[in-house]
Design a binder for this molecule. Structure first.
Ligand code: ADP
Length: 541
């Protein structure tokens, strides 16, 4: 007879995290910055009670398991309640990206068939821009400003007050959906990714590990990354799970507001896209004595490649930059750049060379590189498309046929990212398929060039794109934003690049601009840049 496991089949569930938060972390604080800049404070005890009250209200409103409840919110205590209260009702929390164009929001709401919307009062003007194109059964308004909720809407606080407080979370299968995000559509139409209780629980357990984001109850976590951007990279789930104090920045994402919160609340872990950190570093350099941050504060930088200058710059302030790679489709943790114990005895320069890479696949995630001739070796040079699979990697898109452009026949996600993997297993991302530059038949990495240009002391930001060229098919062009009060010429930058790049790789066009267009999640909007420069006049061409 073959043995049968005697273990219980207890479903992995977010309800368990919620229960732990109320039971074991009741005194841990959640601090939120409100629109008027005042600080709202409550504890995990309140969060636990209110999330269950929200679940009760939703079930009473007729929400059924699997129904979608949307949120249109900044990062704050009520959004966190939605993260757990909506799944506790058996429903699916669909967070809407408030930086999208109203017509994209309408498309997404209709495609997801969202029944109910929970929205910040300060975002009602945004809702007004697409409300005629969508049909919510109910709209619940979170009164962040304390002003009365306009007629025709439900008041979030009033609803919670009416709950009996005796609600038991709805038990669903571990594979049942708990959350949903649409890709921001940087490279195409938005597509829905639906997370399960199981995928979210496993993602959280691995993200907390010492070799990943290393978060414990000794930490204070501030997600700068919005809760609508790939679930704020899982940081809210992580903090609730381990019992780390949470600090939420609300709508105030400028460098001074963030630095003020880092100092005031003694933040130890934070995360966001590179743009945010570039402006924070600039502010620290301008006023080195102004803010007293917790030494060793860890900043997770992701969403786009973090330039080496960022790692070196923050090291001067005893603040630690780390990077991870992922996408909405990967929950988002795909790889994480954490040095192993052995790597910490390497020279400083060798460590930088590893830290700037996107790192190793997270435990439970498998990764491979595929080129035109099949899998490419992990030799640190051969480049291929990054493909992944694992328990928190999506295997399809919401209500869309599975296409071979997104998934391979043997079940891997085609990420559309391109990179190489070294002998340590560290991934280095070189481009997105759609951003590749092919000059005279050779590929040029825009990411490598951007990182090198951003290493120039006078440069704040740089984006490199392919521009049509009559002779070479495409040539790289660099759009550059200089630091305030500093100057540099195209020749100087070209010369500094010539030290590390081959002649044919170095851009021969430079445009100094006031700002670089961005996507709704803060990345360089390369489609727009390409459009802006499509008729670039190449001298002598
Ligand atoms: P969108 O695809 O709309 O930009 P996502 O937030 O899902 O929205 O973005 C995922 C993409 O972001 C990845 O496919 C990759 O191109 C880029 N990315 C994420 N993390 C990193 C990183 N650490 N370094 C470089 N690029 C990254």
């Amino acid at each position: 007879m073959t043995a049968v496991s005697t273990m219980m089949r207890a479903p992995l569930s977010l309800n368990h995290f919620l229960d732990r938060a109320g039971r074991y972390h009741a005194d841990v604080e959640i601090v939120s910055r409100l629109p008027d800049k005042s600080l709202h404070r409550h504890k995990f005890r309140d969060f636990h009670r209110r999330a269950l009250a929200l679940a009760e209200v939703l079930v009473e409103a007729g929400v059924q398991p699997g129904d979608r409840v949307a949120t249109l919110s900044w990062n704050h205590y009520a959004h966190l309640e939605c993260y757990f209260g909506i799944p506790a009702a058996g429903a699916v929390m669909h967070n809407l990206n408030l930086r999208l164009f109203p017509h994209d929001l309408a498309f997404i709401v209709n495609h997801a068939k969202d029944r109910i919307l929970i929205v910040d009062d300060v975002l009602l003007p945004l809702l007004a821009q697409f409300s005629k194109d969508v049909k919510f059964e109910r709209i619940i308004v979170v009164p962040l400003t304390g002003k009365p909720v306009p007629a025709g809407y439900d008041d979030y606080e009033e609803l919670l007050r009416k709950a009996s407080g005796r609600f038991e979370p709805v038990v669903v299968d571990e594979h049942a959906p708990c959350g949903m995000c649409y890709t921001s559509g940087t490279t195409g139409h938005p597509k829905g990714v639906v997370y399960s209780h199981r995928s979210t629980v496993l993602h959280t357990l691995v993200a907390a590990l010492p070799g990943a984001l290393r978060v414990s109850d000794a930490d204070t976590v501030l997600p700068v990354v919005p809760m609508f951007h790939a679930n704020a990279w899982g940081l809210p789930y992580l903090a609730v799970f381990v019992g780390a104090k949470l600090v939420m920045p609300g709508p105030h994402l400028d460098a001074d507001s963030l630095l003020d919160l880092f100092e005031r609340e003694a933040v130890t872990v934070t995360g966001g896209v590179p743009t945010i950190w570039l402006s924070i570093l600039q502010t620290l350099r301008n006023q080195p004595e102004r803010y007293r941050l917790k030494p060793g504060m860890r900043m997770l930088v992701g969403g786009s490649a973090a330039p080496e200058s960022l790692f070196r710059g923050f090291d001067e302030f005893d603040l630690e930059v780390g990077t991870a790679w992922g996408m909405t489709e990967t929950s988002p943790l795909g790889t994480v750049s954490a040095l192993t114990a052995a790597m910490k005895s390497l020279s400083q320069e060798q460590q930088y060379a590893l830290r700037v890479k996107q790192g190793r696949a997270a435990p439970l995630v498998e990764i491979r590189l595929v080129g035109e001739q099949g899998e490419v070796p992990w030799d640190g040079q051969s480049v291929g498309e990054i493909q992944v699979r694992g328990p928190w990697i999506t295997g399809s898109y919401h209500e869309m046929p599975v296409s071979e452009s997104s998934f391979t026949p043997d079940g891997w996600l085609r990420t559309g990212d391109v990179g190489c993997i070294d002998e340590h297993g560290f991934l280095r991302l070189t481009d997105r398929t759609k951003d590749l530059i092919k000059s005279g038949g050779e590929w040029i990495s825009s990411v490598d060039l951007e990182n090198a240009i951003m290493g120039h002391p006078a440069v704040l930001e740089a984006a490199v794109i392919a521009v049509p060229h009559p002779r070479w098919a495409e040539r790289p062009l660099a759009a550059i934003v200089l630091r305030p009060g500093m100057s540099a010429t195209a020749e100087e930058i070209q010369q500094s690049l010539s030290r590390t790049f081959a002649k044919w790789q170095v851009p021969d066009a430079y445009d100094f601009v006031a700002e670089i267009p961005r996507t709704s999640t803060g990345k360089f909007l390369k489609t727009k840049l390409r459009d802006m420069y499509k008729d670039w006049a190449w001298p002598g061409a």
